[in-house]
Ligand binder design. Sequence first.
Ligand code: CAA
Length: 379
Amino acid sequence: MNFQLSEEHLSVQQAARDFAQNELLPGVIDRDTEQKFPVDQVKKMGELGFLGMMTDPKYSGGGMDTISYVLAMEEISKIDASASVCMSVNNSLVCWGLEKFGTEEQKEKYLKPLAAGKLIGAFCLSEPEAGSDATSQRTTAEDKGDHYLLNGTKNWITNGNSASVYIVIAQTDAAKRHKGINALIVEKGMPGFVVGKKEDKMGIRGSDTHSLMFTDVKIPKANRIGEDGFGFTFAMTTLNGGRIGIAAQALGIASGAYELALKYSKERKAFGKHLAEHQAIQFKLAEMATKIDAARLLVWQAAYLKDQGKDFVKAAAQAKLFASQIAQEVTTEAVQIHGGYGYVKEFHVERLMRDAKITQIYEGTTEIQKLVISRELLR
Ligand code: CAA
């Protein structure tokens, strides 16, 4: 067993750290306040290869392993979780799913520009009445011979407006329940496809979350991913990997808040000495650092298992469950250490505390992770 990162891993980590500090940190507070998607920054992320990190270079990706990906996700999430969720969805849910299950034609047409960051992708599973209960899809994809007719509404879609390529999960044959679901590639601009309202959110306010409406959208059969009825398995399999990305995001939010609290505790004085010299603060820092290290080990374990081609379903769910939980605790303590300053925007930790919450909700809530873990344990 070896916990040492390779030279290549360290250089990816450094590149992500530099990018986050130089390109994402300036303006992150304003983007949060104004709910502004980091358009230019995401474009640069694409140029630097952060949007298709694990995709094979023959499809314009970086050909890197999942460890590299989680290292980059952690660094970028320390500074801007709105940018990192865009990165996570594009890498794990869109590019990975297309590479693993798409046809050569789909890879040429969609995966290449997505992995190169020339286009952004979205993954559309959740609906007004189907969040955790994902088999209850109301969006329909009626089989019309050479095409599907797509009708319905999707909710809370990350990259909802900035995406150009959408993987939409829809029910074709209700009698077959989840075995009658398909995953279809939908392009922005297809007649009948409308991007709905932007959500006004508690956290990750720079990310672009929308509802989507489909009315008689004609989708060629060539845009179906996998065999007829494969859509639910596609969504579940893709989400297994996606959860590693979100776990790394939660880890990054926690470690970003911890680093700020550590720095502040060495600068701020109270009762004649630095905060860091008070045992009350030392014990908080000790707990925060221990939780972060434990979460990082779970994230790396899940990434390692995936890279080894081993079963990582339980490990990914455990990493997401734990990292998202400690992200709540660590960011709350970081605000506490900052005192009054922690409650104002300028010091960043209040934003990280708000951003942390979503990691317990999207790509499977905390309760869904527990369900996945316990099913794996009892299998
Ligand atoms: N991996 C692979 N396959 C899985 C799976 C997993 N983790 N979990 C379930 N499946 C398969 C089952 O094997 C079964 O297939 P078969 O019948 O062929 O064996 C099928 O899926 C249905 O499973 P269940 O019978 O267990 O169905 P269920 O309704 O009892 O449970 C669920 C399903 C696990 C709760 C599922 O609905 C689920 O994961 N819900 C959460 C959905 C989710 O994560 N949504 C996130 C939205 S995407 C997002 O947030 C992206 C973003 O923008 C950031």
